[in-house]
Design a protein around this ligand. Structure first.
Ligand code: UDP
Length: 478
């Protein structure tokens, strides 16, 4: 299947969201470091972030990754001009319009496949039509999900066995059938579309995504075997999928520039951030960040602030207010909060250099929404987590962290909410933050997490499980 000059050429086509673009860019860099030619296909606005993330990297000093842009007319789809990423969708109700609008990418993608003639298309699961596109050019399509094996298995089991139909109330716990580990869940933690019998637009998208996964050449997963071995086996054996685990891909980012230049421009100067972190003792700072999309009501933000203050811990808190709210009023911040927490609390309003922060030795815990990238990044940093899921695969990731790996405690979210969270009281924030930061339980979780961090590094080193699986995939495609 060799391309021009015998060099394998792969197209990477991430969904339009930071949580997909960031790991897929790292992934393309990994392939290039093994001598593969890589082209990332995206929209003009997103290409700016990608160019920044691939510029002058040690793993690719000659900047060999090619970026090809295709137009995404958000206005045509009834979305605001320049809405090219999931985090810029103005309201959660428009998410499905955004999904549908991405279908307009099929034709220009196929034009590029025709011109560039790659050997393989690694396309996001949210482009179910990508199988057909690849088939037109006689090349394999590999699916990228952006999540781990545990959540892939859990979602599949829920879908197959519908355990939520066998409980008497939405809050009655059930064990996910046929999933190793006796994992508990409730119906309230599942998205409505999962439980609905009728065919909604979102349900249709998920069904098509599932079907295209089953019909694809295989699945590439940003995870490592040692983290979730039972679920790697289950996914491949019980569900008969062909899958390669090649992560954690974020470990490719070793120096500070690499750790900072991911996603948006950081809202804090990297040196200032470092100086602040350097002034703190090891494991004494809790980092609070909920990814690129999740948002909270003002009431919830206030509860977080009070909880953080009451915990007495040092903290870095990343706050992203929704775009349509007045940014400078900040009525959600308790009176005098910043003054009282001066020196021990740092508020980042906007994008944080997350990898840089998590990898700093002074950071000892992470309050996270359990996005898969954030979860893996915490594992790589060896820190325990307070889990605060909102939607998507986040409740499954929470279960992996709290019930399987035992490296985190749940803040206590009881309901799937899609984007805007508002249910947690400050007492729960204070209590769970203290539990992951100080005391015997925190130490035990930290030790377990540190062991996993070591295993993650080994997996990515020459001869490690992820290193070898990537080699196996390249050989198979070559
Ligand atoms: N991220 C970051 N700074 C921020 C917010 C997010 O660097 O202020 C990065 C984070 O390190 C991760 C990605 O954005 O790599 C978010 O992906 P995740 O799967 O955790 O959550 P999502 O944003 O998809 O909900």
């Amino acid at each position: 299947m060799d391309g021009e000059n015998g060099q394998l050429h792969i197209f990477f086509f991430p969904y339009l969201a930071h949580g997909h673009i960031i790991p897929m860019t790292d992934m393309a860099r990994l392939f290039v470091a093994r001598g593969v030619r890589a082209t990332i296909v995206t929209t003009p606005l997103n290409s700016l972030f990608i160019s920044k993330a691939i510029a002058k990297r040690k793993t690719d000093p000659d900047n060999r990754i090619n970026i090809k842009t295709i137009k995404f007319s958000s206005a045509e789809a009834g979305l605001p001009e320049g809405c090219e990423r999931a985090d810029s969708i103005p309201s959660p109700a428009l998410a499905i319009d955004f999904f549908k609008a991405t279908e307009m990418l099929q034709e220009p993608l196929e034009q590029l496949l025709l011109e560039e003639n790659p050997n393989c298309l690694i396309a996001d699961v949210f482009y179910p039509w990508a199988n057909d596109s690849a088939a037109k050019f006689g090349i394999p399509r590999i699916v990228f999900h952006g999540t781990g094996f545990f959540s892939l298995c859990a979602a599949e089991c829920i879908n197959l066995y519908e355990p939520y139909k066998k409980v008497s109330s939405e809050s009655e716990p059930f064990v996910i059938p046929n999933l190793p580990g006796d994992i508990k869940m409730t119906s309230m933690l599942l998205a409505d579309f999962v439980k609905s019998d009728g065919e909604t637009d979102v349900k249709k998208l998920w069904r098509e995504a599932k079907e295209s996964e089953e019909a694809s050449y295989g699945v590439i997963v940003n995870s490592f075997k040692e983290l979730e071995q039972a679920y790697v086996d289950h996914y491949c054996k019980a569900f008969g999928r062909k899958a390669w685990h090649i992560g954690p891909v974020s470990l490719l980012n070793r120096d500070n520039v690499e750790k900072v230049e991911r996603g948006e421009e950081a809202a804090i100067d990297e040196h200032e951030c470092f100086k602040w972190l350097d002034s703190k003792k090891p494991n004494s700072v809790v980092y609070v960040c909920f990814g690129s999309i999740a948002d909270f009501t003002e009431t919830q933000l206030k509860e977080i602030a009070i909880g953080l203050e009451a915990s007495g811990q040092n903290f870095i808190w990343v706050v992203k207010r929704s775009k349509n709210e007045i940014q400078d009023k900040e009525e959600w911040l308790p009176e005098g909060f910043e003054k009282r927490t001066k020196g021990r609390g740092l508020l980042i309003r906007g994008w944080a250099p997350q990898l840089l922060i998590l990898d700093h030795e002074s950071v000892g815990g992470f309050v996270t929404h359990c996005g898969w990238n954030s979860t893996l990044e915490a594992v790589c940093a060896g820190v325990p987590m307070v889990t605060w899921p909102l939607s998507a695969d986040q409740f499954y990731n929470e279960r992996l962290v709290t019930q399987v790996l035992k490296i985190g405690v749940a803040v206590g979210v009881k309901k799937w909410v899609r984007v805007v969270g508002d249910s947690i009281k400050w007492e729960a924030v204070e209590k769970t933050v203290s539990r992951i930061m100080v005391g015997e339980e925190a130490e035990e979780m930290r030790n377990r997490s540190k062991k996993l961090a070591c295993l993650a590094r080994q997996a990515m080193e020459e001869g490690g499980s992820s290193y070898s699986d990537l080699n196996a995939l390249i050989e198979e495609l070559g």
